[in-house]
Ligand binder design. Sequence first.
Ligand code: CAA
Length: 258
Amino acid sequence: AKSYEFVKVEQRGRVGIVTLYRPKALNALCSPLMKDLNEALQAFDKDEGVGAMIVTGSEKAFAAGADIKEMKDLEFVSNYKNNFLGDWTGINSIRKPIIAAVNGFALGGGCEVAMMCDTIYAGDTARFGQPEIKLGTIPGAGGSQRLTSLIGKAKAMDLILTGDMITAQEALASGLVARVFPAKDLLEESIKRATVIANMSLPSVLMAKEAINKSLELGLTEGLHLERRLFQATFGTKDQKEGMAAFTEKRAPNFKHE
Ligand code: CAA
């Protein structure tokens, strides 16, 4: 596998793990780091041997946000011409599921990258927040949109307008994260669940992810239409035949991802 400066990549069975690695700056998301992250995820997305991915950071920080030192002297016109942060959307085009495994700080762009993933598991010492307001700016990589759809308007306003952080338990209660584990167990537990997903039929997993993500963009009638067509399409896979045969034969299915 290719090696990168700001991320470490590892494969455990069918699970691809990308670890943000910029320890001196709490994984602040400088442009070269975002480029490495996107490339590493794209490589796993193309890899036939990978069925699910994990993005994680260190025990102290998932990521403490966009790189403040890199952006502090930027100006509007150059931001606009260069479409600053426009290149952060690469994660959205990854088709396989991505779990964000968050220990420590997930702030600003760090929280936004976690929310770009398909679900978030947190260590019990994790802290989430959108502190941009304290820097005289606002979230710029989806925070106002994704946080609002995940936790609702009242809580999103409360967090984004004060810049306060919430704990892993608060994030669990408000729907930002799906599960909380003891910090030291987070990665192994995340790998276990990613392995469960990665062993399901890949075509079904991709269709389920696509259908869920579209639910945030489509009206109910179009969303239900898409879901029914994708559901019907799963009957064109060998894995659907295997899954239903295994059930009737009272044995475990052996999916071939085709
Ligand atoms: N950008 C650049 N460097 C950062 C950084 C960031 N976002 N966050 C931390 N660092 C650096 C610090 O400058 C420090 O470097 P030096 O050792 O060279 O001084 C190093 O990481 C360690 O950080 P601290 O000494 O501050 O560690 P701490 O434990 O005392 O505090 C913290 C941790 C509360 C997370 C604090 O670092 C902090 O508040 N960071 C900034 C958080 C933030 O405001 N994030 C939002 C950024 S804006 C954004 O993300 C826009 C967007 O929508 C995309």
